[in-house]
Ligand binder design. Sequence first.
Ligand SMILES: [Zn+2]
Length: 112
Amino acid sequence: MSGVRVPHRPPLLRNMNTLKTFKRILRDYGLYEWRLELHDYPTHWLGITNFTLAKITLLKNYVENGNPESVKDTFLHEVAHALTGPDHDSRWEAACARIGCTAQITRNNAWI
Ligand SMILES: [Zn+2]
């Protein structure tokens, strides 16, 4: 018996849907001034929170090809930073628990 075939979605459409959802999540947590961007420069970082620019950046290739649940978890990791600051401290862990992410710091040998 063959597996279920998942229709191919072009990366651009997947990105647009993902970004739309993630931007709504930013608003849900009151992060109105925060921006969300994708990047494709070489890095080990899957996600970066920039407090100076109030910006969360996710690796474009990861958003396009990664497991959607994993990508969302990485995004929420960064949202928890946006809410609490740059450290992986107890406040950040509490925020992760509150917004529903795993509080993992690395994934697939890459930094989140
Ligand atoms: Zn982090």
